[in-house]
Design a protein around this ligand. Structure first.
Ligand SMILES: [Cu+2]
Length: 502
């Protein structure tokens, strides 16, 4: 599909090609790759200098294949340091991450620092911002983390994300008045690796397409789900639509533990806890609730919002929410329901004596109020300045399960023909989804604002039939991925690049 690109031709010296001479280049938005800011350019270095890089904090990461115990099931998988999730990286805003990774995996890998407005050459996208790190090799990422918040990191190679290669990245704000006593980072993940197969097996089956199968899920929301190999059919959701997910996962992990042997968060009754929710899943949105509690949402994708109370929060892949709650006295389940998939993961909160609820316990808050984007607005100081867009880029989300041919604008995985923007512009992305599958769309290197409300996010759910507009300020030169964070949709082709013109 990507046999010979214009970029590779140009690099190979065949510079005499006329514009428009290749079938792939039909729009005036498209230019040879050399017209765009390179990730190792002076412009990228200058943008980094503008961040006034603070003290350097060093971290060592080792991507390894090893056995990992989920509290019952033990699997052989890939992770950072043999732990799932990997150890969190914590630092203060303005400090520099210096993270050295040793790749002891059998395959090349990279690290993408999800949500961080970082220098482009540290963004971890193979063939766009760096060469992938070969097995046995070492690579050092060094970047300033300018904005406080809840972020995370994972590879950007193939479907490696759907193994155990993920960990939180927490950027603290020393100036933030702490309205809580304790913090609890809660990482959600759908798990199949080493149990029913590998993510590569899953992708291979999905790519066979569903032309011969009844995909189901149309209409009847009470329909049972059905499993065929790695494929799950009939996962319908009253929020996400008739197809909430397509992959069958035997486990849903909360902080690397199965529901039968969950993590227990211990605290005193009355403690105020800041929960940092991260969805590291490959194909599962999670509806999260804490039994017996309401949650006050304070941050979306790292950035503060005006606080809103809710019973539960739906978290798409790649999204993060911070929520505060005051703990009651007893034992409570924090449940992550795999939306539409009739399966759950959980952790427990223990502040007093009492029996833990059974592993399949479903808190009533799960069927209470689910937070929606349109209830949220940015906190004071977190909003983008009011401004009309200088440029709008239309990104049509196309494809389907029949041929598993996901793409943006019908150009699967087209990384060599960036959508052009100019530094200093206010850019609007218009995601148009005319199909019955939802997509969590992620932009690298920027935190956009939903055009309707101004809510700051870097990953936003685009519902079936919805057109979602998001705005960002082009203040971070380089080449930046915009893609679906369903790892199988992304790898199948729902990925593009936005490039700053030189
Ligand atoms: Cu998608």
């Amino acid at each position: 599909m990507r046999a010979l690109t214009r970029r590779s031709l140009l690099r190979g010296g065949a510079v005499a090609l006329p514009f428009g001479g290749l079938a792939a280049c039909s729009s005036d938005e498209e230019r040879p790759a050399r017209s765009f800011v390179e990730s190792d350019s002076d412009r990228v270095a200058a943008a980094e200098a503008d961040r006034s890089p603070g003290p350097v904090r060093e971290f060592n990461l080792n991507a390894v294949e090893s056995e990992v115990d989920f509290g019952g099931p033990t699997v052989t998988t890939w992770s950072y340091g043999g732990k799932v999730p990997g150890d969190p990286i914590r630092l203060s805003k303005g400090e520099q991450v210096k993270a050295t990774i040793v790749n002891d995996l059998p395959d090349p890998t990279t690290i993408h620092w999800h949500g961080v407005q970082l220098r482009c050459d540290a963004d971890g996208v193979p063939d766009v911002t760096q060469a992938a790190i070969a097995p046995g090799e070492t690579f050092t990422y060094k970047f300033t983390a300018p904005d406080p918040g809840t972020y995370w990191f994972h590879p950007h190679v193939g479907v490696q994300l759907d193994r155990g290669l993920y960990a939180p990245l927490i950027v603290e704000d020393p100036d933030e008045p702490a309205d809580w006593d304790l913090e609890w980072t809660v990482v959600l993940d759908d798990w199949m690796d080493g149990v029913t197969g590998t993510p590569e097996d899953v992708l291979a089956q999905l790519r066979e397409g569903m032309g011969g199968m009844d995909h189901g899920g149309h209409g009847d929301m009470d329909m049972e789900t059905a499993v065929d190999g790695h494929t799950l059919m009939g996962a319908s959701s009253d929020i996400l639509g008739p197809d909430a997910g397509d992959v069958h996962y035997p486990h849903h992990l909360v902080n690397g533990r199965v529901a039968a042997d969950p993590e227990v968060f211990e605290a005193d009754p009355g403690a105020r806890v800041r929960i940092r929710l991260i969805n590291a899943g490959g194909d599962t949105a999670y509806r999260v609730a804490l039994a017996g509690h309401r949650l006050t949402v304070t941050h979306t994708d790292g950035f503060p919002c005006a606080p809103v109370e809710t019973d539960s929060i739906l978290v798409g892949m790649g999204e993060r929410y911070d929520a505060i709650t005051t703990l009651e006295d007893g034992v409570f389940a924090l449940v992550a329901e795999a939306e539409g998939k009739r399966a759950r993961g959980r952790a427990l909160v223990r502040t007093g004596s009492g029996e833990a609820p059974p592993a399949d316990f479903a808190p009533e808050e799960l069927t209470g109020h689910v937070l929606a984007y349109d209830e949220l607005e940015p906190a004071e100081g977190a909003a983008l300045e009011a401004r009309e867009p200088d440029r709008t880029i239309d990104l049509e989300l196309v494809g389907g399960m029949m041929d598993y041919d996901w793409s943006i604008n019908g150009r699967p995985h087209d990384l060599d023909n960036p959508y052009a923007i100019e530094e200093g512009e206010r850019v609007r992305l218009r995601f148009a989804n005319g199909h019955d599958m939802w997509h969590p769309m992620h932009l690298h290197g920027h935190t956009f604002a939903l055009a309707d409300s101004g809510l700051r996010k870097d990953t936003a759910i685009v519902l079936p039939g919805q057109t979602l507009e998001v705005d960002f300020d082009a203040v971070n030169p380089g080449r930046w991925m915009v893609h679906c964070h369903n790892v199988y949709h992304g790898e199948a082709g729902m990925m593009a690049v936005i490039g700053y013109r030189v």
